[in-house]
Write a new protein. Sequence first.
Length: 312
Amino acid sequence: MSEISAAALRGAVDLSTLRNRPAASAPAGAAPVDTGSGLSDVVVDATDETFGQILEISRTVPVVVDLWAEWCGPCKQLSPIIEKVTRELEGRVLLAKVDVDANPQLAQGFRAQSIPMVVALIAGQPVPMFTGAVPEQQVREVFAQLLQVAAQNGVTGTLAIEGASETPEAPEEPPLPPLHAEAFTAIERGDYAAAIVAYEKALAENPRDEDARAGLGQVRLLDRVQSLDLQAARAAAAAAPLDVQAQFDVADLDLAGGHVDDAFGRLLDLFAQLPSDERAPVRERLVELFGLIGVADPRVAAARNRLTSLLF
């Protein structure tokens, strides 16, 4: 992304209903949002009720809003990178994380058609950053642009983080296994093919490596959708309802964009219409996508039940 400006989001975001809402307590486990003397962290969980405070803070420092969901694989790739870059800026930026499932008014206000969606706020005005998982270098470049735009608008403060000087450093996390580290480095530079190879090697060494299995599924999805054009894919799928690859493409785009039920429904409809000897690839893709979302998710349970009924 070469330039960011609030004009690009004009009409795309409507936060008017959230500006003057009364504040509520932060959810359990979230860093409290406070516009007073300081914050407990530069990464906070924002809710429909607390977002008015977030807007106020954006008059002091730019606020990066990360719209995510637990089931979103690309979100799990992008969010740790955004958190890392935010913390390195030591109070010059606040990161507000929004779980779109738990905060429907915010999701509607930002008109989040797909996630991850990352938008900044400068003096209460939205500024686009990026949609979808992107490599760390691009994140850093866009954050640098954000600080420039903020300075041009007089937003150049630094947040006081309460207890920052007294808090002992967190213990270092154990290093990733070599092949996992290789995959993560490949993802950061946008080389999904190399990440796939690394995760496949990790699974070959240890078929019970669930982290590698989950990572492989997520990065395969990212690799499949990175070159797809949404409008072209939907047109191709509409023109050929029984074209398996065309339906796969749209289902992948739907899943990456957070439209889980749409993705499952499309593939289940396709499975129902195909001759029995042509169904295997569709079933395999469904099982792969179930694994991405997680077996405990009620949408997966419903889709599994329908698939079972179609099988028998």
